[in-house]
Ligand binder design. Structure first.
Ligand SMILES: [Zn+2]
Length: 82
């Protein structure tokens, strides 16, 4: 079963880790990007790549690399009404 979540990018310059963008299936996204494949075409609107520019908080421009991904946190557990 597909599990959605966010991709994690770490800036080489400032070390900041960004959690963006959200993808419908983290494993597929990381697996594809890690080996140089494009994301599935059915994922319109889920732009992602292995690295992109990072606007560091001190004004410098760094390069952020894909370091992995994490699944969405399940905030509401099974609710038993009754
Ligand atoms: Zn940075």
């Amino acid at each position: 079963m597909d599990k959605g979540g966010v991709l994690l990018y770490k800036c080489r310059l400032c070390g900041c880790v960004e959690r963006n963008p959200h993808v419908p299936d983290v494993f597929t996204a990381v697996g594809h990007l890690a080996v140089g494949l494009k994301l599935p075409e059915k994922w319109f609107g889920a732009p992602a790549c292995v690295r992109h520019p990072h606007f560091c908080s001190d004004g410098r421009i760094g390069v952020a690399d894909l370091i992995g991904g994490e699944h969405d946190k399940v905030e509401s557990r099974e609710r038993n009404d009754g």
